[in-house]
Ligand binder design. Structure first.
Ligand code: UT7
Length: 339
C-alpha cells in the first residue's frame, strides 16, 4: 500500500487595503438624525473608510491580494486557486469578482470563484482553502475578502448607515508538511431560518431590477439590528467555547482573539463571557466600522503591520453574519513577522 505524506494548510501572509476617504461620525450627523455620542456609545465606531466612486470591490481586493502575494515569498505563477468572499461584487452575478481580481493582478488560467457568506466569508474561505490543500488538489490558494458596502447602504437610514465601511483583506494559504504550521481547526455553519435578519432584497430572482425596487429602496441592506445583536453575542461565545474545548486549549493561551468587527459592544460582551484580557482582543471597529467579509483580514493585517503578530502566534477567529452564517478558526501565523 502506498503511503502519502500528510499535507497541512498554512497561513503564509496577510495584506489589506483601506480606501482613502473617511466618513466620520461628524459627517453622518449632517446626513441623518444621529450623534457622534450615540454612535460611539452604541457601536464603538468613530469613523469608517469609503471607496471612491470609481473604485470597485475588485480594485480594493486586487491591492490587498498584491500585498499578500509580495509578503508570502510565493510567486504569482505558483498560485493555483483564487477565491473571493463578498456580498458587494463588481457585478450581480457574473463575472465573479475573483475572476476580475485575478486578471487585475495578472493571474490567468487558474480556477477562480466567489462565495457569498456575508461577514463570515473570510473564515468560510479558510475552510475551503484547507479542504483544497489537504485533499492535494491545490498548493497555494489566494483568498480575498473585499467589500464596497457603501454601494448597498442607504445613507438616509440611520440604523444601518452608521455601521458599515469599505475595504479588503487577503491571505496566501499554502501547503506544508510541517504539522505545527498547519491550521488547528475550523468550524463553519449556517441557519437559513434567520435569513430575514440581514438581507439585501434586490437585485435577485425574487426582485429583479424594476421601478418598484428603486422606489422602495430594495437594493439597500436591511437589518434587524437588535435581534442580530443578541444572536451574535450568543453564537460567537458558544463558537469559541466549542472550538477551544475540542482542541484542549485554554482561553488565556490565545494571544490574538480576532472577532468580526461589527460592534464594540458585541465584542466586549463576548470577551467578558470568555474572560478574555483586553490585550488578547484585536479591535479595529472604531476606525473601519463593519467591513463584512473584509473585517477579519483587515484586523489581522493591522496586528501584522504593527508588529504585534509574530511567527507561530496562534490566532482565534470568530465571525457571524447574514445568512445567518457563523464560523470560527484556530490557526498559527506561519508567515514572517514584520518586526
Ligand atoms: O455584521 C453582521 C452582524 N451585524 C451585527 O452584528 C449588528 C448588530 N446590531 C447592532 O450593532 C445594533 O443593534 C445597532 C447598533 C444596529 C443598534 O443598536 P441597539 O442598541 O440595538 O439599538 P436599537 O436598534 O434597539 O434602537 C434603540 C433606539 C431606537 O429608538 P427608540 O425606538 O428607542 O426611540 C432607534 O430608533 O436607537 C435609535 N437609533 C438611533 N439613534 C440615533 C437607531 N439608530 C440610531 C442612530 N442614531 N444612528
Amino acid at each position: 500500500m502506498s503511503q502519502t505524506k500528510p499535507v497541512y494548510a498554512s497561513f503564509r501572509s496577510i495584506g489589506a487595503y483601506v480606501p482613502e476617504k473617511i466618513l466620520s461620525n461628524a459627517d453622518l450627523e449632517k446626513m441623518v438624525d444621529t450623534t457622534d455620542e450615540w454612535i460611539v456609545k452604541r457601536t464603538g465606531i468613530k469613523e469608517r473608510h469609503l471607496a471612491a466612486e470609481d473604485e470597485y470591490t475588485s480594485d480594493m481586493g486586487a491591492k490587498a491580494a498584491q500585498l499578500a502575494i509580495e509578503r508570502s515569498g510565493i510567486s504569482k505563477e505558483e498560485i493555483d486557486l483564487v477565491l473571493c468572499a463578498t456580498v458587494t461584487p463588481d457585478y450581480f452575478n457574473m463575472p465573479s469578482t475573483a475572476c476580475i481580481i485575478s486578471d487585475k493582478i495578472g493571474i490567468r488560467n487558474v480556477q477562480a470563484f466567489d462565495i457569498s457568506a456575508a461577514c463570515s466569508g473570510f473564515v468560510y474561505l479558510l475552510s475551503l482553502a484547507k479542504a483544497f490543500i489537504e485533499s492535494g488538489m491545490k498548493q497555494n490558494v489566494l483568498i480575498i475578502g473585499a467589500e464596497k458596502f457603501s454601494s448597498i447602504v442607504d445613507y438616509t437610514d440611520r440604523s444601518t448607515c452608521i455601521l458599515f465601511g469599505d475595504g479588503a483583506g487577503a491571505a496566501l494559504i499554502s501547503a506544508t508538511d510541517k504539522k505545527e504550521e498547519g491550521f488547528v481547526d475550523i468550524h463553519a455553519s449556517a441557519d437559513g431560518s434567520y435569513a430575514d435578519f440581514l438581507v439585501t432584497p434586490a437585485p435577485g430572482s425574487i426582485n429583479p431590477v424594476s421601478q418598484k425596487v428603486l422606489d422602495e429602496g430594495l437594493n439597500f441592506v436591511q437589518m434587524k439590528g437588535n435581534e442580530t445583536f443578541k444572536l451574535a453575542v450568543k453564537t460567537l461565545t458558544k463558537d469559541v467555547k466549542e472550538i477551544l474545548q475540542k482542541n484542549n486549549i485554554n482561553t488565556e493561551d490565545i494571544p490574538h482573539f480576532i472577532p468580526h468587527q461589527a460592534n464594540y459592544r458585541i465584542i466586549k460582551a463576548v470577551g467578558d463571557a470568555l474572560k478574555m484580557r483586553e490585550d488578547q482582543i484585536v479591535l479595529t471597529v472604531g476606525k473601519y466600522g463593519n467591513t463584512s467579509a473584509a473585517s477579519i483580514p483587515m484586523a489581522i493585517n493591522d496586528i501584522y503591520e504593527s508588529g504585534r503578530l509574530q511567527t507561530g502566534d496562534l490566532m482565534l477567529l470568530d465571525t457571524f453574519g447574514g445568512g445567518l452564517t457563523w464560523a470560527s478558526a484556530l490557526l498559527p501565523f506561519a508567515g514572517k513577522s514584520i518586526k
